[in-house]
Design a protein around this ligand. Sequence first.
Ligand code: SF4
Ligand code: SF4
Ligand code: FES
Length: 246
Amino acid sequence: MADATFRIWRGDKSGGDYKDYKTHTSPGMVVLDAVHQIQAESAPDMAVRWNCKAGKCGSCSAEINGMPRLMCMTRLNTLDLSTPVTIQPMKTFPKIRDLVTDVSWNYKVKTKIARFAPRKPEADGTWRMNQADVDRPQEFRKCIECYLCQNVCHVLRDHQMFDDFIGPRFLVYTANMEMNPIDSGDRLKALKDEFGIGLCNITKCCTKVCPEEIKITDNAIIPLKERVVDEYFDPVRKLFKMFTGK
Ligand code: SF4
Ligand code: SF4
Ligand code: FES
């Protein structure tokens, strides 16, 4: 493979700009390899966050040619190398330096969500679940917390509603617990009042960028919306509650 140019954003929270780096490419390389090669050859001070180089730690999220992706899972042979490849930090989160953003808002959001609370076990001290209930939320557990879905969601990215919306990643996290029949917690009121589930207009942008191919919108968000509507806005249920008190 030939030389290619990588247009990488350099700077920090006070500002910055793109800088072009030319480097040699070889078969099998991914974008993170190119970034490491550039670090080794000409930019030893360039900041980049990564850990596993296997698509499993969720650290190397960035925007490659404008698309939110994992750098370690983006092969160079899927990109047009005849023009510069742009690499920039995730736009939704505050910049720290170069390709590294501050994603700590996500950690704070997670602490607001009620933890898994197992109901009392059966008489023999165990819990039993139907296989369908085991299978259904299985995909939610594949989340690697790369925050690419949070980065692309317009409620956070464009409208900056960080105080009002927990974002698709944490709707997946909540769905995992809400769909577990062993869990005794109830997060529906919080979803309606604090977590802003009504702000999601199911555009599916989050689903499109998820490297674990979790069907975020169809399998997590829409079922949660349905549960909130059933609980708080269903007139039949309201009447039933009124008469039975349940
Ligand atoms: S479907 Fe909802 S959570 Fe996902 S990107 Fe669109 S608005 Fe955000
Ligand atoms: S749901 Fe997908 S895109 Fe969102 S943080 Fe998890 S793995 Fe990343
Ligand atoms: S380095 Fe771990 S997901 Fe890319």
